[in-house]
Design a protein. Sequence first.
Length: 575
Amino acid sequence: MSKLHFSVQEYQLTGHYLQVELEIVSPKKETVLSLPVWSPGSYMIRDYSRHIHRLEAFVSGKKGKNFEVQPIGLDSWSIVSGGESFCLRYVVYGFDYSVRSNYFTTEFCLLHPPALFLYPRDFEISEITLEISNSLPFEFCHSGLNGKGKKRFSSSLDEFLDSPILLSKRAAISFVSENCEHEIVLEGELPKSVQKNLIPDLQKITGEQIRSLEGSPNTRYLFILILAEGAYGGLEHLNSSVNMYDPLKTLSKDGYLKLLELLSHEYFHLWNVKRIRPIALGPFDYQKPNLTRELWIAEGITSFYDAYFLLKTKHLSPDAYLAKVMEDLQSLEKSEGESWMTLEDSSYTAWTKFYNRPNDSNANNTGISYYVKGGVLALAMDLFLITETAGKHSLLDVMKELYQNFHLGKNRGFTKSEFFQAAKKSTDVDLKLEFGDYLDKPIAIPIERYFQQIGVIRIDSSPSVELGFGMREERGNLVINKVDWKILDPSVDLSLGDEWIALNGMRIHSGNRKDLLKQYRTGEKIELLISRKGKILKRKLKLSKRFQTSQFKFEEHPSEDQKKFRDLFFGPSPK
């Protein structure tokens, strides 16, 4: 059994450095220490060890007796201490403005444990304590770890690595929902009018979620909200979440609702993922990918409920909710990826494909998002359960069964087959029979069919021409930066990086592109003059059709069953 004591000290905040000391009490002659290579909730190898510097080991309390720190891998080091307790000291660079890494400044420090704390491999750890030095220039220490408002904590390894810490000059704002104490730290400036509404709105959303899941697993929960221009993102933790958002966007209604949706998403993870989880997601192996085909449960179902709870709390109107569903659906429809990648493969390959989308110019043609398609699937499941059981059951019954049976009852995750067994047990409906093909086959989910059962129909209007490729402006020129092979004829030789010079002999640029295209109709052929690496080429293509407007609308005269199920899903009689 080993005891670990960490201390975090100032090193050079202006250079974005902190110093960590780790004291290890262990009888082992050799200790292998590793830094996690990934963060639970963010499924990609992050190579955090590149920010670790100046490692040195020495005997606690004895001057002059040092041990060699020998690297044995990119993320691991060996110390041969001969059974003596020792201290390891190292410096960490933190300047990654994200929810999944360290960020150290003189204004605040976000400590992300997987990127900060080395831990001994193959040791049974009996206790971990952490002390934050008073020399650091921050009045407040915010964390979901036990010890509210203190700078000394104690926990197990998994809880320790899953509990970010914010060192701040700002106090937390407290509120209570359903007997659970909540805190939110606003790191940055939020417009006063927005801040005034945020706390009561969060109370409604968190309260609705707690009631829907029949109680909170926590007595305390912490929202960390870091506010900065262009910021967006969130990461869930066992007893907290770290969120980033652009404060200026909250001044618009849509921007404020997007913030609420983000916070709602991370809060629902308090149950789904942190307690209700696919079996691969815990206990964790922090040194290699933890592969699962069920991220459509972990993230897809959460993506359904983040906006759905805003609907239930009246922050989203039924029409606004339907518009959000259409937005997600169109992101799938515009991509060739649904005919290439299954929902389960999207999950399994997240480590190499989904999280690398910004660096993959062809991702839209070969991949899909388990967030988006998983959310559409969860919506379809919920609608199907409501209509099949005449309103007696919904997807929430499945989630509660999973929580009770696997988290509370067995203290473990579940397999895919166990998910469907729990659904059958709690609702008496075979969800696998209805939805199994949408998991392991690259086919679209006919959400319109499920909406029809509650009197919601799709209307497409305002047809216009579609090129089949996207552009960005570079020094006044139009350069192709996206090709949609679902729309563009594969025989047309256009490539990323081609500069579009002219359309049917007319010079084209960002200022006249839309007006020039208005002259043409769907099915017409046009000639493009392009430049490819300095060579002038001509290309012909046929214009495709797209609808400028696609909407889900309520049928004016629903049947009695449609109206009943519609009211169960949306609440009392939407107009």
